[in-house]
Design a protein around this ligand. Structure first.
Ligand SMILES: [Mg+2]
Length: 546
């Protein structure tokens, strides 16, 4: 757009310049002709004739026109020079990265198109500096720019002749190597990563760099954009592989990304179509065997995929910004479902670390409680250690605000993150849930058993009850009880079931909001009703108490 404007400006200036020059030349010719007549008359060289005043006036006007034309021509020449400079600058901005002086994306795409058209093979590599944001955050953007320049210099020194080195924005660089084979490209990228790893001094700070790289061989049938996308896919594969390494593009990566994009779209539609529902997994008191509540676990009733477990959609929801909508939707349904269940049954809802970034989280949950009529004292929110790490001060504020409103807070998946004892002391947790990875191996791994015992002791000292997740057999249950854990959940007691099944159980047991539910032994009502008790037994025999 800017280029078009410059060109039309240049045409206008050039036209003006031409017209002014022509007018000035015409005035000069006129000046010569008139001067030949007027000057001799004025100087008295022509006897008996006096110069006519009109002719003199025209002659003077002619001089004025010449002076004006000369000045105008000078101005126009300056304008033309400025426009030429602006065009050169615009061209530079269009093809050169302003921070490093390397080629920019547009220049790279042009070079890539030429290399693909030439059909001489070659490779394109994308580099992404690992954790570069920290440099900007800790040392400022000027230090960050110095570091980018250092990387540009290093790439220029190592890259073979005829290469195009570009910065694509942020901390992302590209290296186009025409005519280079797979082995040569791999060696070169390996050298670059190794060189980047050497410690460097940039300004006042000492930096250790690393990068993730993705390489794709040039395929003439592909467009420049396709080639960049392939290198990008390979680069993200290198990041997933732990960074400071490179990966080649392969078509499986592309298929996996397409499948993920398709799943993400389906999930988005599923949320819009209200396909996500709460399931309820019972929480059991280890001493009495009574059900104390349920953890709400989302299920996706997908018309295409059937009943989908959270492991297949939660991570996508978290990374695509859908988790808050999904979580609040499922929570609302769970609260409405469980509102009329026995009053002693708590409902535990998982809050994602992503949701914890929302400073309005406490207000939103309180509003939902008001709207659904669910009592705050029956709601337990499970937060993971990740929520505490990202924004510790905000986490403390939100947790205190929720606690003050009557809700209880559980620290979920304990042992898998980085929660410190200081955080355990600072935050008023009502429960700690030991991650199932320790619980499941308590029987055959002495370290897991030691961790469970230590956490149980910690709970005793802090006066916080401990819940064990992932209890799958009787041996684990006994060992947890010995260790001093208060509550447990897992397949031994029941998988997550629909709200309808929980309601059916209440009717069967006749709990009607009173007393502890004991699916193994049944309630008094069950004992009076042999038929229904037999049905409960049959369900238990099928491996499910709920
Ligand atoms: Mg949980």
């Amino acid at each position: 757009m800017r280029k078009t404007t410059n060109r039309s400006d240049a045409i206008k200036v050039a036209s003006s310049h031409l017209i002014t020059t022509c007018a000035t030349v015409a005035a000069i010719i006129l000046f010569v002709v008139m001067g030949a007549r007027v000057l001799p008359e004025s100087l008295g060289f022509t006897a008996g004739t006096a110069p006519k005043s009109g002719l003199i006036a025209a002659f003077l006007l002619n001089i004025a026109i010449i002076l004006f034309g000369w000045r105008r021509a000078k101005e126009l020449a300056q304008a033309m020079a400025a426009l030429t400079l602006a065009e050169q600058e615009a061209h530079r901005n269009a093809y050169v990265d302003c921070v490093t002086g390397l080629a920019n994306r547009r220049a790279l795409v042009k070079a890539l198109a030429a290399a693909l058209e030439a059909g001489d093979g070659g490779a394109i590599t994308l580099f992404d500096l690992d954790h570069f944001k920290k440099v900007n955050d800790l040392h400022g953007h000027s230090a960050g720019d110095d570091l980018l320049n250092h990387v540009g210099t290093l790439l220029s020194a190592i890259a073979p002749r005829r290469s195009t080195i570009a910065r694509l924005g942020g901390d992302e660089f590209a290296l186009l190597m025409p005519s280079v084979g797979a082995e040569g490209a791999e060696d070169l990228v390996g050298n670059i990563l190794e060189s980047l790893g050497s410690p460097i001094d940039v300004g006042a700070f000492h930096a250790h760099l690393s990068a993730s790289a993705g390489i794709a061989l040039l395929t003439p049938s592909q467009s420049p954009d396709d080639m960049l996308r392939r290198a990008d896919i390979a680069m993200y594969s290198a990041k997933k592989a732990g960074r400071n390494t490179f990966r080649w593009f392969d078509s499986h990566q592309e298929a996996a990304i397409k499948a993920r994009a398709s799943l993400e779209e389906e999930i988005r539609e599923g949320i819009e179509n209200d396909e996500f529902v709460p399931f309820f997994q019972p929480l059991i008191n280890l001493e009495s065997g009574a059900t104390t509540g349920f953890e709400v676990l989302a299920r996706w009733c997908s018309p295409r995929r059937g009943l989908v477990e959270p492991v297949d959609f939660i991570e996508i929801c978290e990374t695509s910004g859908m988790i808050a909508a999904l979580s609040m939707n499922v929570m609302r349904k769970a609260l409405i479902e469980a509102r009329d269940w026995p009053a002693h049954l708590k409902i535990a809802v998982n809050i994602s670390p992503v949701q914890f970034r929302d400073p309005q989280l406490a207000e939103r949950i309180l509003k939902m409680l008001t709207e659904t009529g669910f009592p705050a004292r029956r709601l337990e929110l499970e937060i993971t250690e990740g929520s505490l790490i990202e924004h510790p001060e905000q986490a403390v504020t939100v947790v205190r605000s929720l606690k003050n409103s009557g809700m209880s807070i559980a620290l979920d998946d304990f042992g898998t993150g980085y929660a410190s004892l200081t955080q355990l002391q600072a935050l008023p947790f009502d429960r700690i849930k030991i991650d199932k990875s320790f619980v499941a191996t308590i029987g055959d791994n002495e370290q897991s058993a030691a961790i469970v015992r230590t956490v149980a002791s910690l709970g005793k000292l802090l006066c916080v009850p401990i819940t064990a997740e992932g209890v799958e057999n009787e041996e684990i249950r006994l060992r947890l009880a010995e260790a001093g854990c208060q509550d447990a959940q897992g397949w031994l007691f029941g998988k997550a079931v629909s709200g309808q099944l929980v309601r059916d159980h209440f009717k069967l047991s006749g709990a009607g909001g009173q007393g502890a539910l004991d699916p193994l032994e049944g309630t008094d009502h069950e004992r009076r009703d042999g038929g229904r008790r037999a049905a409960a037994r049959a369900r238990l025999a099928a491996g499910r108490k709920w």
